[in-house]
Design a protein. Structure first.
Length: 146
């Protein structure tokens, strides 16, 4: 694995470590990841991708349709509801009591990071990230570490 790919994976791995520093957020994050399948996590990333693609500077890179957006919103909404209202209700209740309502976002950030890690592990994605190296001046960067 090249240095750039290692850097990208390290950055993706960093986010879960931040939330894991709190025991109630860690318990909820674990519950969320344990109660989602690979299919669920791909659906979550698809929803995030479609939402991000609405930014004016990125919109031209996506060929999403209103139907795709509606389906992604439906699937993500059902997943979010199931995780909060059923699968992880006990953990979420305890976390919110201890840390407040904003802690829900922190727990879901971990789930999002795990989902991204899974997608980034695919060889085609890894290869695409590796393409960055063609445009990186390794000698200039190496000087920073000398």
């Amino acid at each position: 694995m090249t240095a750039i790919r290692k850097l990208v994976l390290a950055l993706a791995c960093f986010l879960p470590a931040i939330a894991a520093a709190n025991p109630t957020i860690e318990a909820t994050s674990t519950c969320l990841t344990d109660n989602t399948s690979g299919k669920d996590r791909k659906a979550l990333v698809k929803w995030m991708f479609l939402a991000i693609s609405k930014h004016p500077e990125i919109a031209s890179l996506s060929a999403s349709s209103a139907e795709m957006d509606a389906e992604a919103n439906r699937v993500a909404g059902e997943l979010y509801t199931r995780l909060i209202a059923e699968d992880c209700a006990t953990e979420i209740r305890a976390m919110v009591e201890a840390e407040g309502q904003s802690s829900i976002a922190k727990a879901f950030e971990v789930l999002g990071a795990v989902a991204m890690q899974e997608l980034m592990a695919h060889p085609d994605v890894s290869t695409a990230f590796g393409e960055l190296e063609k445009n990186v001046d390794g000698q200039r960067i190496q000087k920073v570490f000398e």
